[in-house]
Write a protein that binds this ligand. Structure first.
Ligand SMILES: [Zn+2]
Length: 548
């Protein structure tokens, strides 16, 4: 997709007031200029401080950050967002941590010595049924990418009965040489995400799933898997009749090769098979024997929700989201075990707090109510927003849109904005108008292969058929060489993403957060005054005809 804001636009599509004359600035532009860098810096410095201990879900640092966000919104004169008059929406999560010392995971083949996997180094595994202790002894079935997609007419299962088995699968999607555009081509679709693999395996009655990690297919190294899975994870209690895996696991590429070799199978050869449309599941002859002992505890955690009541249609809403949780205290690196999460997502929280201040200082509130939602447990699988969407203070059909900020560029002034998801719904024109007002170019996700659209809280709103836009910055920065942005991104992705090194740096100029606050405010203020309810375009995977 090229730079869409050059395209002309039919205002009627969105129902949101687009400047009458092409290029006319938004009526909210001048107010957006009141963004305060000092406020942004103060919020970010606090949320990323060691004292917040990485804002762990269910941990003291997380609770402290939640109080800070609620107190800041109260000080702005906003209202508690929950119908019971609370700033906090309690999310009933259970923390589960696999006790590596008391758990066992091994793979065997007839007549061969079994292969014992060291938990954390060779594999990570969680019992998603939330039992204290559980064992399985099951055969391993290789299912390629483990995808069943009516949309792509792709079925890795070919009606094989996988009940009671452990499914060995690749993350990401098949790329048959003769179908370059399948599964969105270079872009990752939800079917490529690890969460989809576990969900699909559970839906089909498997007892376990073993995902093969490679840097290329996952898009990140083993340390990210280890840091995310080798610690306490948070889950909602299973719903009635909901199936869960007894062993949801990742295995390193090295150990996967060793295990397959036990059965005379080759990972490379299986990779080739899995890329073909006629792929059929492969009975490997291997068995997994596992006993997972879990430390489980109820987690005391909440979403933080504030509200600016609408002036004329307060029963309708616009929602801003930015998750406040991060990875807490974990595996030490160079003497540092606090995962401060300055960029992820202190930057988003600070920016949404400043957007809230812009709304709170508007002379007249917009027509629709504006909610400022700081979900918890995003790092645990988008749990907080999952719960909010299942228990919304406003019925979903009356939520006009969700604008999500997760990981804002903290250094350098962006020349581009990346509004993931805007082309899927009737808000395209409004986003283009905001871009014109701010004088920025709109660009597609420069890393569609990473599947960011499925990796943050807006995804739960999209699944609820609420138009959801994840706002990010592109790779071009004002006054910087063309490669600067990509180099910064790669440095962050390799050295600080989900690691203790994601620390606050007082030298950051925060120009990215300033621009993002202005853009998100101008966009949101327009949507909050919109006459019609935005919706997904017909045929989109998130469209629900008649739902809005
Ligand atoms: Zn994040």
């Amino acid at each position: 997709m090229t730079l869409p804001f050059l395209l002309t636009l039919a205002p009627s599509l969105s129902g949101c007031p687009v400047p009458a004359q092409e290029g006319a600035p938004s009526p909210h532009l001048s107010h957006s200029a009141l963004v305060s860098k000092a406020n942004l810096r103060a919020h970010l410095r606090f949320l990323a401080d060691d004292l917040c201990e990485g804002r762990g879900t269910g941990a003291r640092g997380g609770a402290m950050a939640a109080r800070y966000l609620a107190a800041q919104m109260e000080a702005l004169g906003l209202e508690p967002g929950m119908p019971d008059g609370s700033w906090l929406q309690r999310v009933p999560l259970v923390g589960v941590e696999t006790d590596a010392a008391r758990s066992r995971l091994e793979i065997s083949a007839p007549g061969k010595p079994s292969l014992s996997l060291a938990i954390l180094d060779d594999a990570v595994a969680v019992d998603e049924t939330l039992r204290e202790s559980g064992s399985i002894d099951a055969e391993v079935l290789f299912v390629g990418h483990g995808i069943s997609s009516p949309r792509e007419k792709w079925d890795d299962f070919k009606s094989a009965d996988v009940a009671g088995k452990v499914l060995l699968a690749f993350v990401n999607e098949p790329q048959p040489a003769d179908e370059p555009g399948i599964f969105g081509g270079k872009a990752l679709t939800y079917a490529g995400r690890w969460s989809y693999k576990f969900e699909e395996a559970a839906r089909r009655g498997a007892v376990g799933a073993l995902l093969v990690h490679t840097d290329a297919s996952a898009g990140y190294g083993w340390s990210v898997v280890r840091n995310s899975w080798g610690r306490e994870r948070a889950y909602l209690e299973p719903g009635p009749g909901e199936k869960r895996l007894s062993v949801a696991a990742w295995i390193s590429e090295r150990k996967a090769k060793e295990a397959l070799a036990l059965a005379g199978l080759d990972l490379g050869e299986l990779t080739g098979r899995a890329a073909r449309r006629d792929f059929a599941p492969v009975p490997t002859g291997l068995r997994v024997r596992a006993t997972l002992v879990s430390k489980r505890r109820p987690l005391e955690t909440s979403n933080v929700v504030g509200r600016l009541p609408g002036s004329t249609r307060p029963e309708e809403a616009l929602v801003y989201t930015a998750h406040y949780d991060h990875l807490g205290v974990g595996v030490e690196e160079e003497g540092d075990a606090i995962f401060n999460g300055a960029v992820d997502n202190g930057s988003g929280c600070a920016t949404v707090l400043e957007i809230a201040r812009l709304f709170a200082t508007l002379g007249k509130a917009p027509a629709r109510s504006v909610y400022f939602l700081f979900p918890t447990a995003e790092e645990q699988g988008l749990r907080g927003s999952e719960y909010f969407v299942a228990h919304p203070p406003v019925p979903l059909p009356r939520i006009a849109a969700d604008i999500n900020l997760d990981g804002i560029a903290v250094d350098g002034e962006p020349a581009e904005v990346q509004p993931d998801g805007y082309e899927r719904c009737t808000l395209k024109g409004v986003v283009e108008a905001a871009a014109r007002s701010l004088g920025v170019a709109l660009v597609p996700d420069p890393h569609p292969e990473q599947g960011f659209f499925y990796r943050s809280d807006h995804f739960n709103f999209a699944k609820g058929s609420v138009p959801a836009i994840r706002l990010g910055t592109g790779l071009r920065f004002v006054g910087k060489p063309a490669t600067w942005g990509e180099e910064r991104y790669e440095d962050y992705r390799k050295n600080r993403y989900h690691r203790p090194g994601d620390e606050f740096d007082p030298a950051w100029d925060l120009e990215g957060m300033v621009k993002m606050a202005r853009f998100a405010f101008v966009l949101g203020a327009t949507i909050a005054d919109g006459a019609e309810m935005p919706a997904y375009l017909p045929g989109d995977e998130f469209a629900r005809p008649g739902a809005r």
